[in-house]
Write a new protein. Structure first.
Lengths: 242, 309
C-alpha cells in the first residue's frame, strides 16, 4: 500500500462528474425503497424484488464498474498512468493501493446504500439487511477486482464489463440455467441465503449454487483477477489514444 | 515566374485574398480550387461520423466492439425464423416493433460505445475551435453528429428488422402482413434511433472522458428502465392505473413502443399498458418531441465558446 497513490486515486475517483453518478445511484435506490415501503407496508418479501433485482442485479455491478474503471481505467485511457508507473513504486503496490481505494469506495457507494435500502423498504429486525449486506459485500469484492483487472487488460473494459454484468448475469441467466452457476451474483447470493437460514425461501433470497462451491469460486475469481491485474500492469503496453 | 510571389513578400495592396479573409499571408501558394462550402463540410462530418461508429477508418481494435454488438443484434432474427419453421407457427414470436425493446440492452451498449466516440474526442483534444472556425456553425456540427449517429443506429436496427422479414418470408408467413409489419418496424426504428442518438450525445458531450461517457450513458438508460418498471408496478399496486399507464414511457424504448402501439396499432412489447386513445398518443408525441428538441438545444448550448471543458 502506498498512501500517496491511494490519495491520488481517491481524488481522481471523486472527480466532479464521476462523483455525481456515484452519489445519484445510491440516492435513487434509497428513494425507490421509500416508495416500495409506501406501496407494500414494509413487507420483507416485497423488499427482496427491489433489492435483489434493481439493487444487487443492476446498481451494484454498475457502481462497481464505475469505481473499478475509475480508479485505473481513465488514467490508462488518457495516458497519464505513465507518470505513476515511472515512479520507483512496485507495480504490485500501485495496483493493490488502487484496489483498496476501490473496495472502500464500493463499500460506501454500493454496499451501504443497499443495506440502507433494505431498512427503508421494510425488514424484520435487521435480519434481511444482514443477509443482503453479506451478499452485497462479497459481490462488490469480486466485481471490483474483476473490473479493475479488466480495465488494465483492455480499453473496452466498460462495455465488456457491462456485457458480463448485465447481459450474461441478468438476461442470459434468465433463460439458460447453466449460466447462473457462473455468476458472481449467484455465488454471493449463496452466502446471503445461508445467513438468512429459514427465512431465505419465503423471502425469495435463493441461489442456484451451493455455499462451499460459491465461496471457493468467489475466492478464486477475486484472487485470480488481482493477480491478472498485477501481471498485466507489470507488462502494460501503452497504445496511443485514437 | 510572374505567378510566384517571393517568400515573405507583403500582400500586394488591392488584393485582399480570394475571400477577403486573409489575416497574414506567409506567401505559400494559395488554394484556388473550388470551395465546397458549408453544406459540404456538414456532409463530410456526417459521413465521417457514420463510418467511425462502425470503426471504418479506425484501428482494428476500434472495430471489435461495434461489430460484436451488431453480431449479437443480428443473430436472434435467424433463431426466430428457425423457430417459426420448426413450430409451424403462423406469426413471428416477436413482432417487428417489439424487437428493439427485447434487445434494448445490446442497443444501449451500441449507443454507449458510439456516442462518446462521436463527440468526446473533439472536446477532449480541444479541436472544437478548429471546426467552428470553418464556415460551419455550432448548429451544423450538432446536426451532423446527431444525424450521423442516428443514421448508423438506424442502419443496424433496420438490418435486424430486414433479417427478421427475410426469415419470416422464407418460413412462408403471409407476405402482406409481414411487409406491413416490417414497414412499421422501420418507422419505429427510425424514431428510436433519433431519440437514442440525442440522449446519448447529450450525455457524451458533458463527459469528455470516453470511459466515463460510456458508463454514464449505459447507467442512465439501464437504470431508467429498471426504475420505470418498478414505479409502474408500485403505481398499479396502489390502484393509480392512469399513472401506471404513463410511467413506462420514462424509458425511451417504451416511449417509442407506446407511440408505435397508438399510431401503428401494433401490439405492445411484452404486454405493457400504455396511455389510451388519441389524447394519449398526442401526449406521447409531445413528450418525444420535447425530449428531442430539448436535447438538441442542450447540445447547441454545450458548444458555445468552442465547447470548453
Amino acid at each position: 500500500m502506498n498512501p500517496v497513490v491511494m490519495s491520488l486515486t481517491l481524488r481522481g475517483l471523486l472527480g466532479r462528474r464521476r462523483s455525481v453518478l456515484l452519489v445519484l445511484l445510491p440516492l435513487l435506490l434509497v428513494g425507490l425503497a421509500g416508495l416500495v415501503r409506501w406501496a407494500s407496508g414494509a413487507d420483507p418479501a416485497q423488499t427482496v424484488p427491489l433489492v435483489d433485482g434493481l439493487g444487487l442485479g443492476t446498481l451494484l455491478p454498475l457502481t462497481c464498474l464505475l469505481i473499478g474503471t475509475g480508479v485505473i481505467g481513465s488514467e490508462i485511457d488518457d495516458g497519464s498512468i505513465v507518470y505513476l508507473l515511472a515512479k520507483p513504486v512496485a507495480r504490485r503496490t500501485i495496483l493493490l493501493s488502487k484496489l483498496v481505494v476501490a473496495w472502500g469506495a464500493a463499500l460506501v457507494f454500493a454496499v451501504l446504500p443497499t443495506v440502507l435500502a433494505v431498512e427503508v423498504a421494510g425488514d424484520e429486525g435487521a435480519r434481511l439487511a444482514l443477509g443482503v449486506g453479506v451478499t452485497a459485500a462479497l459481490a462488490a469484492l469480486a466485481y471490483v477486482a474483476i473490473f479493475v483487472a479488466l480495465s488494465v487488460v483492455t480499453r473496452n473494459a466498460v462495455i465488456l464489463g457491462l456485457l458480463y454484468a448485465l447481459l450474461w448475469e441478468s438476461v442470459l441467466g434468465g433463460y439458460v440455467p447453466g449460466v447462473r452457476d457462473v455468476s458472481v451474483r449467484q455465488w454471493a447470493l449463496a452466502a446471503g441465503e445461508r445467513t438468512l437460514g429459514g427465512d431465505a425461501g419465503p423471502w425469495g433470497v435463493t441461489s442456484d449454487v451451493a455455499l462451499p462451491a460459491a465461496l471457493v469460486l468467489l475466492g478464486v475469481v477475486t484472487v485470480g483477477a488481482v493477480v491478472l491485474g498485477v501481471r498485466r500492469l507489470q507488462t502494460l503496453r501503452l497504445t496511443p489514444a485514437e | 515566374m510572374s505567378g510566384v510571389e517571393p517568400i515573405g513578400a507583403p500582400v500586394p495592396p488591392g488584393d485582399p485574398g480570394p475571400a477577403g479573409d486573409v489575416i497574414h499571408d506567409l506567401g505559400f501558394r494559395h488554394y484556388d480550387g473550388p470551395r465546397l462550402g458549408r453544406g459540404w463540410v456538414v456532409r463530410s462530418l456526417l459521413v465521417e461520423t457514420v463510418r467511425g461508429v462502425f470503426g471504418l477508418g479506425r484501428p482494428a481494435r476500434s472495430k471489435i466492439m461495434p461489430w460484436v454488438l451488431i453480431g449479437i443484434l443480428l443473430a436472434p432474427p435467424l433463431v426466430l425464423a428457425l423457430s417459426v419453421l420448426l413450430t409451424r407457427s403462423r406469426e413471428l414470436p416477436l413482432s417487428y416493433t417489439a424487437y428493439p425493446v427485447a434487445m434494448q440492452l445490446v442497443v444501449t451498449l451500441f449507443v454507449a460505445g458510439a456516442a462518446p466516440y462521436c463527440v468526446s474526442r473533439d472536446l477532449r483534444h480541444g479541436v472544437m475551435p478548429l471546426y467552428l472556425s470553418r464556415p460551419m456553425t455550432r448548429a451544423d456540427y450538432v446536426l451532423a453528429k446527431v444525424a450521423g449517429l442516428s443514421l448508423a443506429l438506424f442502419a443496424v436496427l433496420a438490418s435486424a428488422e430486414t433479417l427478421l422479414l427475410v426469415g419470416a418470408l422464407l418460413a412462408k408467413l403471409p407476405v402482406g402482413d409481414q411487409l406491413g409489419g416490417w414497414a412499421g418496424g422501420l418507422v419505429t426504428a427510425a424514431v428510436l434511433s433519433v431519440l437514442l442518438a440525442v440522449i446519448g450525445l447529450v450525455v457524451a458531450a458533458v463527459t469528455p472522458r470516453r470511459g466515463l461517457g460510456v458508463a454514464a450513458i449505459i447507467t442512465g438508460l439501464v437504470v431508467i428502465t429498471g426504475v420505470a418498471q418498478l414505479l409502474t408496478a408500485i403505481a398499479s399496486e396502489r390502484g393509480y392505473d392512469a399513472l401506471a399507464s404513463y410511467l413506462p414511457v420514462l424509458d425511451p424504448y417504451r416511449l417509442v413502443d407506446a407511440l408505435a402501439v397508438r399510431v401503428l396499432g401494433v401490439g405492445a412489447a411484452d404486454g405493457m399498458t400504455y396511455p389510451a386513445g388519441v389524447g394519449g398518443a398526442l401526449v406521447l408525441a409531445a413528450i418525444l418531441a420535447a425530449v428531442v428538441a430539448g436535447g438538441l438545444a442542450l447540445l447547441v448550448r454545450r458548444y458555445r465558446k468552442g465547447g470548453g471543458l
